[in-house]
Design a protein around this ligand. Structure first.
Ligand code: 9MR
Length: 449
């Protein structure tokens, strides 16, 4: 309309219309994740490597995400490799990229037990010296990026699994108050930045997350500047904690923000369609848990492509943990994220005739459960079948009926019995089994083979 008012000629208007018509119809699923997230009042982020921010990697990072976390660029060992010698190259580059793409930056991380420079870890310091070094580090780094960093992971991974404090350079040298002091110094250096404590294995309600909860509560009671908690969420396929949303909510109820800061969901390689479908379901439930709680403000994936993930290097045999494959093609997990953010998933229409399998748990007790799988056909039929799935949480089949089931590790395969291989068009066949479980009993995705 504005063009018309400014006197656009009819000829160029017609050309413009022709171009519009020629362009492929914009599908709702093409809406970038950052726009879907914004519509829900959320920020969607990714960890990045500065040197890769060009080409397809840069295009996706810029177009899809509204927040960047430097994966390594802001860690102490990177920014001050020798005492008093600073290297801000990669950190500056990421901040500049974020500004150019209208993105937030999550600063990561100021106080940690890993990736510190050797001059620091090999030195021998009095408590006063150590405290001075830490204050100086925080003031220098937070001060340098004052006004440019939305949130800082001030303290990273302070707890053991049982909820006691992790013995580190900082805890051993300065006691538990290194945390309050670090937050106070960071606040002084950039009063507008949101200050977080970030940890892993604190996604569900457990001893470690309860320790974090109690710490945040006491920091708030003391007036220490603490704005949020980061739940890293380095998860395993099929093992999203069932108490995730409840846990997010209890932190929100304390009066702090919550961010999912390092989401990835690893699987045993090679990936297959069943595992990728399960991964989609898992990404969906993590993002949905954040969407459900107003104070859950940010979901950040720890690398958006499988080509830029820490997982294969740390867990040999595991990988495929991110929403894009190594060639930057979006995986089902990507559509899990977009779907949980309200996007429409381009589910291909089911083939004209198809048979499918549905798994359900029909009863469950302290260590055991009964499950069943129904195979149904519509517009197609089967003369024999095999139902395959992967158990995500250590479940074990103990007995099956109306099928012959074998389990090898986590992989289950159930073949028809002699009398029920045939599934007619419009018909169905059901088989059942007993199994054992502990911890959680997530429903797997079943494929027919
Ligand atoms: O992704 C980071 C990887 O490149 C580093 O080698 C590794 C070293 O510990 O740190 C990775 O990031 C970690 C993050 O800073 C804190 N939470 C766990 C992450 C995965 O190890």
């Amino acid at each position: 309309m504005r063009s018309l008012r400014t006197g656009l000629s009819l000829a160029s208007l017609v050309t413009g219309l022709a171009l519009l018509l020629a362009a492929p119809a914009a599908h709702a699923a093409d809406t970038p994740l950052r726009d879907l997230a914004a519509a829900k009042g959320k920020v969607i982020g990714t960890a990045v490597t500065g040197s890769k921010l060009t080409g397809a990697y840069g295009d996706i990072a810029g177009a899809q995400f509204s927040s960047l976390t430097p994966g390594n660029a802001m860690k102490w060992g990177t920014v001050e490799p020798a005492q008093g010698t600073f290297d801000w190259t990669e950190a500056d580059q990421i901040v500049a990229f974020a500004q150019a793409h209208n993105q937030q930056v999550r600063g990561h991380t100021l106080v940690w037990h890993n990736q510190n420079p050797s001059w620091l870890t090999n030195g021998s310091w009095t408590p006063a010296q150590l405290s001075g070094l830490l204050q100086n580090h925080i003031s220098t780094e937070v001060g340098r990026y004052k006004g440019k960093i939305a949130s800082w992971d001030v303290v990273n991974e302070p707890f053991n699994e049982d909820g006691t404090y992790r013995p580190t350079l900082w805890y051993d040298g300065l006691g538990a108050d290194y945390i309050a002091n670090a937050l106070t110094w960071a606040h002084a250096a950039d009063p507008a930045a949101k200050l977080y404590i970030n940890d892993y294995n604190v996604e569900g309600v457990n001893a470690k997350s309860t320790a974090l909860y109690n710490l945040v509560k006491s920091l708030k009671a003391r007036g220490v500047p603490i704005d949020g908690v980061g739940l890293q969420a380095h998860l395993i396929l099929g093992q999203v904690p069932s108490t995730l949303q409840q846990n997010i909510q209890r932190f929100a109820d304390l009066g702090v923000d919550v961010a999912i800061t390092e989401l990835d969901i690893r699987m045993a390689l090679p990936a297959d369609s069943a595992k990728l479908a399960q991964q989609k379901a898992d990404f969906t439930s993590v993002v949905a848990a954040c969407v459900a709680v107003t104070r859950c403000v940010n979901v950040t994936v720890w690398g958006f492509t499988d080509s830029d993930s820490w997982v294969p290097g740390t867990f040999p045999g595991y990988g495929a943990a991110t929403p894009y494959d190594e060639n930057y093609a979006p995986k089902p997990a990507y559509y899990g994220i977009s779907g949980a953010l309200g996007g429409t998933t381009p589910t291909p229409p089911p083939p004209a005739g198809a048979c499918q399998a549905a798994y359900s748990v029909t009863s469950q007790w302290n260590t055991g459960f009964t499950g069943q799988v129904t195979i149904s056909c519509s517009g197609a039929s089967l003369s024999s079948w095999k139902a395959n799935w992967t158990f995500g949480a250590g479940q074990q089949i103990t007995q099956a009926w109306n099928a012959t089931c074998t389990q090898s590790g986590t992989v289950v395969s159930c073949a028809n019995a002699s009398y029920n291989g045939s599934v007619p068009d419009g018909g169905s066949v059901t088989f059942g089994f007993n199994g054992s479980w502990s911890g959680s009993n997530p429903v797997p995705v079943v494929t027919l083979g």
